[in-house]
Structures are given as structure tokens and as C-alpha cells.
Ligand binder design. Structure first.
Ligand code: SAM
Length: 252
């Protein structure tokens, strides 16, 4: 059953298997003036720190929010400079108006946005930003590869039984509209970063194990497909980035 605790149960494989975010995403945040030395950032759904680490390396001080205890433990050991809060984005207690930048990297789809969006408005300083991105594993603008045909067959079989609900990972404009719908934030920037990566059978097995909606038998099938295709495939991925600015609301 897909659920957020999936990641806690696979903390080690997650850290090893998930590709890092493209350097262009970090450069974009820097070019926009949102990521700079001395800022205070909050990373929601930090997992093993794939966003926490580069934020720290860019000179930010970082609070990281992660509900999974094994993940939070790993995060503390790997990135001791981060202040780690064990809890959900909904539950965690945070001081008001102290952060310059909030980020949710491959995490926002887990949040109750009716709770988290107003909370981020409270904890960000006036003029603060909320940056949301994810690695989407499959770029629909690239011609389908033989491996992706096999993946599509597995997904189609699953969705015939259990259709996916809600916005897809690449419905970026729908996500942006949803994040701004309460009026707490205004979308200021949307960009997609496309990239490719060579993956061996063991890497595909590890990566697909980290997907919360993939059963073990489906992961086996995907790994077998890579073997049948020569033991290595090129994957085309895309990272959509949404930047929102904290809105100034009229006094209640
Ligand atoms: C796909 S992982 C992405 C993590 C990380 N930001 C990264 O870029 O690798 C999603 C993370 O969100 C966490 N999570 C799930 N529900 C959450 C919630 N309500 N509040 C905060 N984090 C949550 C999970 O424990 C998991 O670590």
C-alpha cells in the first residue's frame, strides 16, 4: 500500500539509488537570488537530505523536517549542520517569520496543503519564497525507449486495477495553481529541466524499489527488462520547478 513510511523502510537504498537533483536547479535558485549564503531555509520532507545537503553547501542554514525516524537519524548523521525536526510538515512546530526560503523536493504531494500552505506563509519572512520541485522519472517529450515501453506496460496493468488519482507529477501548472489557490502565495516562476542518465540493472532495481507505488514483483519485472535490453538503459527524466512568493495578505 503506498504510504509515506515506505521511504523510512528503504532509507539506505533511497540514499544510494535516487539520482541527485540536476545542478541546473540549484543554479536557477541562485540566479533568481533565492539561494545565497546566510539565508535561513526549511526543507520539508527532507528524507536523506538530497535537498538539505546542497542547500547547506550553498551557505544556507537549514531546518529539515522529516517524519520517518530512520531517515531523520540518517539525515542527522550525514548533514550534522542541519537542524532536524522529526515530524510531519503539518505537525512540526516552527517559529513565525524566520525563514527566507521553504523547499519541498519530491515531497509536496504528501502534504495536506490546506494545513501546510498557511503554515509556510506564517513561518516565512515577508518577501520569502517557497520552491517546489521533483524529479519526474520519465520525460514524455522524449521518444519512448524500449525500456520505457516495458515500464508503460507495467504501469498500465496496475492502473487498470488501481487508477492514479490527483495531479500527475508533470501537471506542473495544475500544481502551481493548487499551491497558490488559497492566496497565501503567488507563482512567480515555472521551469522544466530535462536530463538523461545511464542506469544498469542493479541501479534500476534500487531506484524502482524506492517508488512508493511499485510492488516488489513489478520492480523485478522492470529489472528483468533492463537485463533483456543488455543490462544498461538510458533514462530521460525531467525536473519541474515551481517558485512561489509569499503574498502579503490584508490584515484579518
Ligand atoms: C520522495 S521522498 C523525497 C525526499 C527528499 N526531499 C528528496 O528530495 O529526496 C518524500 C519524503 O517526504 C516525507 N513525508 C511524507 N509525508 C510527509 C509529511 N506529511 N510531512 C513531511 N514529510 C513527509 C517522507 O518521509 C519522505 O522522506
Amino acid at each position: 500500500m503506498p504510504g509515506p513510511l515506505h521511504f523510512d523502510a528503504h532509507a539506505e537504498v533511497y540514499d544510494r539509488a535516487r539520482p541527485r537533483y540536476p545542478a541546473a536547479v540549484w543554479a536557477e535558485l541562485q540566479d533568481l537570488g533565492l539561494l545565497r549564503p546566510g539565508i535561513r531555509a526549511i526543507d520539508l520532507g527532507a528524507c536523506t537530505g538530497l535537498a538539505t545537503g546542497p542547500l547547506l553547501e550553498a551557505g544556507a542554514s537549514v531546518d529539515a523536517v522529516e517524519p520517518g525516524p530512520a531517515l531523520a537519524d540518517r539525515l542527522r548523521r550525514r548533514w550534522p549542520a542541519a537542524v532536524v525536526h522529526v515530524g510531519t510538515a503539518e505537525q512540526v512546530e516552527l517559529p513565525a517569520a524566520v525563514f527566507d526560503l521553504a523547499v519541498a523536493a519530491t515531497a509536496v504531494h504528501w502534504f495536506d496543503l490546506e494545513v501546510v500552505v498557511p503554515k509556510l506563509h506564517r513561518v516565512l519572512r515577508p518577501g520569502g519564497h517557497f520552491a517546489v520541485w521533483r524529479n519526474a522519472f520519465g520525460d514524455p517529450t522524449v521518444s519512448i525507449t524500449p525500456f520505457r515501453e516495458r515500464v508503460a506496460q507495467i504501469v498500465a496493468r496496475r492502473e487498470a486495477v488501481n487508477p492514479q488519482r490527483g495531479h500527475g507529477e508533470l501537471d506542473t501548472h495544475a500544481w502551481a495553481a493548487r499551491l497558490a489557490s488559497s492566496g497565501h502565495f503567488v507563482t512567480t516562476h515555472i521551469r522544466h529541466f530535462s536530463w538523461s542518465i545511464g542506469m544498469r540493472t542493479d541501479q534500476i532495481r534500487d531506484l524502482f524499489t524506492t517508488f512508493s507505488n511499485w510492488e516488489a514483483a513489478e520492480v523485478d519485472e522492470a529489472a528483468r527488462a533492463v537485463d533483456e535490453l543488455g543490462g544498461q538503459v538510458t533514462e530521460h527524466y525531467v525536473t519541474p520547478l515551481i517558485v512561489l512568493r509569499r503574498n502579503t495578505l490584508p490584515d484579518a
